[in-house]
Design a protein around this ligand. Sequence first.
Ligand SMILES: Nc1nc2c(ncn2[C@@H]2O[C@H](COP(=O)(O)OP(=O)(O)OP(=O)(O)O)[C@@H](O)[C@H]2O)c(=O)[nH]1
Ligand SMILES: [Mg+2]
Ligand SMILES: [Zn+2]
Length: 282
Amino acid sequence: MKGIFKIDEITSTNPVSVGDEVEIEKENETEQTALIAKIYERRNYINRQSPRVKHQHHIVAANIDLSILLATLKEPRTSQGFIDRFLVASEMYHVSSIIVFNKADLYKKKEDEKFEQLKTMYEQIGYKVFLISVKSNMGIDALKEELKNKITLISGHSGVGKSSLLNLIFPELQLKTQDVSGWSGKGLHTTTFAEMFDLPFGGSIIDTPGIREFGLVDVSRQELSHYFPEMRARLVDCQFNNCLHINEPACAIKEAVANGEIHEDRYVSYVNILDSIEQKSY
Ligand SMILES: Nc1nc2c(ncn2[C@@H]2O[C@H](COP(=O)(O)OP(=O)(O)OP(=O)(O)O)[C@@H](O)[C@H]2O)c(=O)[nH]1
Ligand SMILES: [Mg+2]
Ligand SMILES: [Zn+2]
């Protein structure tokens, strides 16, 4: 990279990310090296708070058409709170997203029921939900259809099977996956950096390292409800235009929760995320 970009985005830990469209200048013919001379404007990008340095962010990927959250209800279990944070992030960055539950082969009655509940809840809001098993090749064709001719980012906890899914779709890849001896419960990261691959049927997909937590950046308490689609539509009906939907009178959101139009579990997620956002003191 030509040195100049390093000061471009001062708070980002990485000035160039996977998915960036760039202009390169050949540097050395024999070693086949090149320099990034220019980064084109990003259509969108996904930002994540750096786990180490507060107030610093990391661009996970740029120019994304579709963002997949790979979740599991077992080995490891993905919490609803985590899913909702992911969805908020996708809404913020204007990236459409789908939720894919993997390891269906491990699900017993309890997990099957949980899946159906979550599917119903998210589909009502307008998110597509898939159930797959990489191990038993279930639901893969339907998912492939979604990926055609798109740049897709795949994220989720460590061990949910992101690299395994890519290997199944595109065996030539031979990405490193966690030991077959199974999921250790320790969340070892097998994939350590994000990488993009072209798909044989058109489009490309970005494998990423597992994430423990979605640190949301750039979202204020006031804005948060705009990123819950089922709340967004009702905000104009709150009596106060700065309503946080906690204990204000004549709140349309709380009314919708009370009459079942907004799922209570989503509202709980909203309150939890709201609590976690630092109050900015102006
Ligand atoms: N039972 C079962 N195991 C699976 C399935 N898909 C993946 N696994 C196993 O889950 C483990 C983790 O898979 P990976 O593909 O390495 O997970 P990952 O999401 O890429 O993990 P990181 O790279 O650490 O983020 C491996 O042992 C896989 O064999 C599935 O559908 N069913
Ligand atoms: Mg991986
Ligand atoms: Zn309100």
